[in-house]
Ligand binder design. Sequence first.
Ligand code: NAD
Length: 357
Amino acid sequence: MRFNIAVVPGDGIGPEVTGAAVEVLKAIAKKYGHEFEFKTYIAGGGAIDKFGEPLPKETLEGCMASDSVLLGAVGGPKWDDLPVSIRAEKALLGLRKGLELFTNLRPAVIQPALKDACVLRPDIAERGFDIMIVRELTGGIYFGERGRNEAGDTAYDTEIYSVYEIERVARRAFEVARKRKNHVTSIDKANVLESSRLWRETVHRLGETEYPDVKLDDMLVDNAAMQIVRDPSFFDVVVTSNMFGDILSDEASQVTGSIGLLASASLGESQRGLYEPIHGSAPDIAGKDLANPIAAILSAAMMLRYSFDLAEEADEIDKAVSDVLLEGWRTADIKEPGAETWLKGSEMKQKILEKLR
Ligand code: NAD
């Protein structure tokens, strides 16, 4: 198969980790006889320095013309004091808008080798978990009408969802579940909120008519927040609104251990997605070969699975990562307390590449 991949390394450790992910993709392409063509584009702080704007037209157009986008991270202290309109983070918002991405996928997986780093009780960590949080990204209370009264002592925000918006994110969740364990849990606050009652009705109608093969259940958001720490192995795919997803995905990612391990994807109507590690540009370790490349490498695996339908190849990358960890190899961010040796970022990449030959 042939795919065009736009690479946006960004700032700080972005180029280090996307570089590692590109090498992994090249290794997989070679092994399976695919042709991946990579084009690199500038965005974020580097683009502000060079072109005076965080998302140059050429970058956006290049990403829109690609089959998928692999992004590192943008921003850093050098650009923190700029006016909001040209902040580095604007590149992310511009890309999401330009690529019409309305769904965010955030996996929270406990690596068998890293159970000890999990903040949960050992018996819960022992059972393991692999949750995919599918969050609506462009609607709800973050985009609803808001304001204050004249005196300024009363404020409001509006949670607003249409059937169309709920259906398109739920459809994504059902499709993702079909590539996993076929189980969707829809999370809402239907005991209080009218928008949640519409959410629940819509997800059920869609499930019954288009995805009867996928198991569907509901959970109230307060209960879900508890179950993520009490019994995370219950969940497969979780689908939820923008605000609930924002909070639950951060909660779920924290219980897994290191930020250097967590991937993400943003998807729209088309097959094209934006794949990126959840961490930022980590200016404190940039250029020191300390960045853990695993989150970016797992983001590349998600691209193969969700945009290119290459499940076997994605599985192979996931397995290479978990095997390297099972063998005991660690970067500085995931080493055991007191450990005196660990791998540099480039050495971790090399270990993973060795598994893919
Ligand atoms: P961060 O994720 O960059 O770093 C937080 C901590 O985690 C740091 O100690 C860092 O060294 C460590 N860390 C992060 N990724 C790591 C990796 N792969 N391996 C090892 N350690 C890792 O968050 P921050 O410090 O709050 O933000 C730094 C900059 O990144 C800011 O300018 C922020 O705006 C930007 N940011 C960008 C994105 C993005 O591009 N999606 C996301 C978050 C933050």
